[in-house]
Ligand binder design. Structure first.
Ligand code: NIG
Ligand code: FE
Length: 415
């Protein structure tokens, strides 16, 4: 299949983009891509490729941007129930942390999720996955975290594994057993920390070997925050995970700075996410480490808060910046990376080119998949988008709609 005559072909070639390299689009005017099977074979100009491959099946992309599918590196895709009532409470003046302390928030989604069977969880997650795909996400990370006991967490994980097997949305998996302190451990976060470290993580490892042995181990994530897990508890959980061989992630500095970002960098986590309250010193530490900084602009937007990730400081320090939706029922029910990108341009002060790189190749790096997805280069997976516009800057500039006209996943047109 030869996709030709793209008014702008964005390749994002050359690997993850640190610091001032962020925003290198590898733009080819009147570009073309040759796809064979599930992979990209050749990239070049339309004139060259039409001459070289005259009898390929063709897709005419004139007047359109062709670019890599979005990678969403932070979602809580699988849950049951909703929190519309809490949204209303927040509008009436209650804060997210107050609602959480009063037994609402994450644990209220936990109550609904524990009641749901795997089929039900899968059906609800599938709807959201369709929404993501329609708005151009071709690969996403997805977390458990609404079970908070091993079997319920594993039901969420099983739903995610089945969803990935169904396709076409491709998933990377994260175990977030330390998302909140469950009601059975109310007032005893230390006890739950031990439960996660000593029982749930070893249980997860055994289960993974029995159910998904051919796949790489999932990430282990922890919500390091006031009202969730403090720094020492977060460290205990992440170190236990690391001893078992799991790669790490962290939710840090969403509301309060507890030191999670610096710790994650020190532990060699693949990413630290949220990072609204991160200090200049920790920004430097993260930039010097291999840990990606994942900004989640839909979250402060969803909570109507004024503060966003100081993204430009991460870039200036030479860090690896990515953006994600944080899709979840509490703070950001948003399936669209296009919307995250529009917010990133305004509140993280990224240019459209920087936001596009943060949502593709850097997002892939934030989940360790940059060798396979996130850019259009020979040998990489053929995950690409045709936009309904001819200038990529309309991503960011326009919002609230959907500029994705066609989605190709592993070489097949899926939208
Ligand atoms: O990333 N911060 C923790 N987790 C989610 C919110 C989850 C929820 O409220 O259900 C987040 O914002
Ligand atoms: Fe999150």
């Amino acid at each position: 299949m030869l996709i030709h005559s793209a008014s702008q072909l964005l390749t994002l070639a050359g690997g993850p983009q640190r610091g001032p390299r962020l925003g290198s689009l590898g733009l080819i005017v009147d570009g073309a891509v040759l796809v064979r099977g599930s992979h990209i074979e050749v990239i070049g100009s339309t004139t060259e490729l039409l001459k070289q491959f005259p009898s390929e099946e063709r897709i005419d992309a004139s007047g359109r941007v062709v670019m890599p599918g979005f990678v969403d590196p932070h979602t809580h895709l699988v849950w049951a129930g909703d929190r519309a009532a809490e949204f209303e409470m927040r509008l009436q003046g209650k804060t997210y942390l107050e609602i959480m302390a009063a037994g609402g928030g994450i644990v209220s989604t936990v109550r609904a999720t524990r009641q749901a069977g795997v089929d039900d969880l899968l059906a609800q997650a599938r709807e959201r996955a369709r929404g993501m795909l329609r708005s151009g996400t071709t690969t996403a990370e997805a977390k458990t975290g609404y079970g908070l006991e091993l079997q319920a967490e594993l039901r969420q994980m099983e739903a995610l594994l089945r969803l990935d097997a169904e396709g076409p949305l491709e998933l990377a998996f994260t175990f977030l057993g330390a998302h909140a302190v469950p009601e059975e451990f109310k007032g005893d976060p230390q006890g739950y920390t031990r439960r996660v470290s000593e029982q749930m993580l070893p249980g997860l490892l055994d289960w993974w070997r029995a159910h998904a042995a051919q796949r790489p181990l999932p990430f282990v994530d922890v919500f390091c925050e006031t009202g969730a897990f403090d720094l020492a508890q977060s460290r205990a959980i992440l170190e236990a995970a690391q001893r078992l061989g799991f790669p790490l992630k962290i939710h840090a500095d969403e509301f309060d700075n507890l030191g999670g970002a610096g710790m994650a960098a020190g532990l060699g986590a693949v990413s630290a996410d949220h990072l609204v309250k991160t200090s200049p010193e920790e920004i430097r530490q993260m930039a010097e480490s291999g840990t990606a900084a994942v900004a989640l602009p839909c979250t402060p937007f969803g909570l109507a808060e004024a503060h966003y990730t100081p993204a430009r400081a991460f870039v200036q320090a030479g860090g690896l910046l990515a953006i994600a939706t944080d899709l979840n029922p509490g703070t950001a029910w948003c399936e669209s990376m296009q919307f995250a990108l529009a917010l990133a341009c305004r509140y993280l002060r990224l240019t459209p080119a920087q936001a596009v790189a943060a949502a593709t190749i850097n997002a892939a790096a934030a989940i360790g998949l940059h060798e396979r997805v996130g850019s259009l280069e020979p040998g990489k997976q053929a995950d690409l988008l045709l936009l309904s516009v001819g200038d990529y800057r309309h991503l960011g500039y326009r919002f609230g709609g959907n500029l994705v006209e066609r989605v190709i996943k592993r070489g097949e047109v899926v939208v």
